[in-house]
Design a protein around this ligand. Structure first.
Ligand SMILES: C[S@@+](CC[C@H](N)C(=O)[O-])C[C@H]1O[C@@H](n2cnc3c(N)ncnc32)[C@H](O)[C@@H]1O
Length: 509
């Protein structure tokens, strides 16, 4: 199989040992299905394992790749179960799953491992293995509600199968990315998916699939709406859950019982969290200062630029590692979103020439937020970004350690777009807010909210949910809190914040 086909079809065949482990678990949990459905059966590992574990069940497989259909058919024949099994060559996306599932009589077990690929992964290789445009738009409706534009094909398939069940009692046991399982559960819980119970059993994707991703077995029963919670098991072989995730309002939380104890700490933050500077052009915009004080680009090319537009920069990895002295620099072309950059030509002609030389790199920026903007436009910029004191955290690291960052050589420090921060005029205010955020109480609450294995454990939306006033008072910092000075750019608007474009309204000139 060509590498691109493997990507397009998310083709990670399940080793028979893992398929057997899953089927043993399903039987141990009391399942005794009349029909096993494998919607993307591949070479048939799950059907062969199920043949052994459920000796009376009919085994029904579907798969798009004809070679795999043949392979699975031969494997089922070798297991001596041809009489009770079938394999059909079928594109999942054009299958009438309502009709297929309705045609299966008795207790139903949906088993398998849908493709491991995202819609943008398929698009990037000009692939076509996606839902039809009409169905895709159907999911985009879901995407809008769950706040994502890139999604895993397997999430779409899981939702499609759940809908195909039409509320019927059934069991579903499928391998997928842990993040996919969580997004699916959130959708199902929010949309009356009639999930009676749910559990996630972590698997070692590196060992079984040579893939560096957090993956799990999603195990659930349908038919009526049970608690909106799911037990988390560290492995398929473990019998006691280590934690329980759940839906709290609109959001999933990582530890639902700790969340219930601490949820009074939730509320709209009195401060407004910001994302770091976004330019999508690191090779040109990020610079380093040499020991003798010169400026170089990251490839080591010495540059002769005016100082006016160059500021210290901390990356999220700096923040996560406790580094608050910036080793990098960033060119800041605007003081607020939408500011005309043409003035740089007069104020700093060498900087303007440098930017012009790399104009094509800026024009090639993929994100649509730059469309129709002035040349060299930025996001995550405004008066707040030039404030002297900040409390910042990496969005990408699980540590959740909040750093106080002050000016360097009289200049405000900037952050990359994977960092989040609050701005302050006074050092003491920044130190107090960092003390609140790093207090054991706040860290316990964050641990209840945050999924450490997610790509971006911390987001503006999440941070905005911390009611710092209440946390300060319970953490014994109430008196200092009362002395805190609020300045215009720290006070939050009375609406939830989302990142970048939504939050960055151009400042009137
Ligand atoms: C992750 S592999 C798993 C295969 C099998 N379920 C297993 O566990 O070994 C995903 C399978 O989905 C199949 N597939 C991908 N796109 C499909 C589609 N549109 N319709 C049906 N099957 C598809 C691939 O060919 C591949 O065999």
């Amino acid at each position: 199989m060509r590498a691109s086909s493997k990507v397009e079809f998310g083709d990670f065949q399940t080793p028979i040992g893992l398929a057997r482990e899953v089927c043993e678990l399903v039987r141990r949990l009391g399942e005794n299905p009349d029909v096993v459905v494998e919607p993307t059966a591949g070479r048939g590992a799950f059907l062969v394992a199920a043949a052994n574990e459920f000796p009376n069940a009919a085994l029904r497989g579907w798969e798009i790749n004809n070679e795999y259909v043949t392979h699975a058919t031969i494997a089922l024949r070798a297991a001596d179960v041809s009489a009770r099994s079938s394999m059909t060559c079928q594109d999942f996306f054009t299958c009438d799953w309502e009709a297929v599932l309705a045609a299966q009589d008795g207790r139903l077990l949906i088993l398998g491992n849908p493709p491991w690929v995202t819609n943008s992964g398929v698009a990037a290789i000009n692939g076509t293995n996606l839902p039809t445009k009409e169905n895709f738009m159907g999911l985009r409706g879901i995407a809008a509600r769950t706040g994502k534009s890139n999604f895993d094909i397997s999430e779409w398939m899981l939702i499609r199968l759940l809908r195909g069940l039409r509320g019927r009692p059934a069991t579903l046991a499928m391998l997928c990315k842990t993040a996919t399982a969580r997004k699916f559960l959130r959708y199902a819980w929010q949309n009356d998916g009639r999930i009676a119970s749910a559990a996630l059993y972590r698997i070692d994707a590196a060992e079984h699939f040579d893939a560096s991703v957090d993956a799990c077995l999603l195990y659930l029963r349908t038919g009526f709406a049970g608690p909106q919670e799911a037990d988390i098991y560290p492995a398929i072989s473990v019998r006691e859950p280590v934690s329980r995730i759940g839906l709290a309002g609109e959001e999933l939380v990582a530890d639902i019982s700790a969340y219930r104890t601490l949820r009074h700490l939730e509320g709209l933050s009195p401060f407004r969290w910001r994302s770091g500077i976004k330019h999508d052009c690191a090779a040109i915009m990020e610079l380093v200062r040499t020991p003798d004080g010169d400026v170089e680009d990251t490839a080591g090319q010495r540059l002769d630029l005016e100082a006016d537009y160059i500021f210290p920069l901390l990356k999220c990895s700096d923040l996560a590692n406790g580094r608050t002295i910036a080793r990098r620099l960033v060119i800041v072309t605007q003081r607020f979103v939408g500011e005309d950059t043409g003035a740089i030509a007069d104020h700093a002609p060498r900087t303007w020439n440098y930017l012009q030389t790399h104009r094509d790199r800026f024009q090639a920026r993929k994100s649509s937020i730059y469309k129709g903007r002035v040349p060299f436009a930025l996001f995550g910029i405004g008066e707040y970004a030039f404030a002297p004191w900040k409390v910042a955290v990496s969005g990408l690291h699980r540590s959740g350690c909040f750093q106080v960052v002050g000016p360097m050589n009289g200049q405000p420090v900037f952050f990359d777009d994977a960092s989040y921060y609050l701005s302050f005029e006074r050092e003491g205010d920044a130190r107090l807010v960092a003390d609140i955020l790093n207090s054991p109480l706040c860290q316990r609450f964050l641990a209840a909210l945050v999924f450490p294995d997610s790509k971006r454990p911390f987001t503006v939306d999440l941070l905005q949910r911390l009611n710092l006033a209440v946390i300060a008072s319970e953490a014994g910092l109430g008196l200092r809190w009362q002395q805190l000075q609020r300045s215009s750019y720290t006070i939050t608007a009375n609406v939830p914040q989302t990142e970048f474009v939504m939050e960055e309204l151009p400042r009137p000139v």
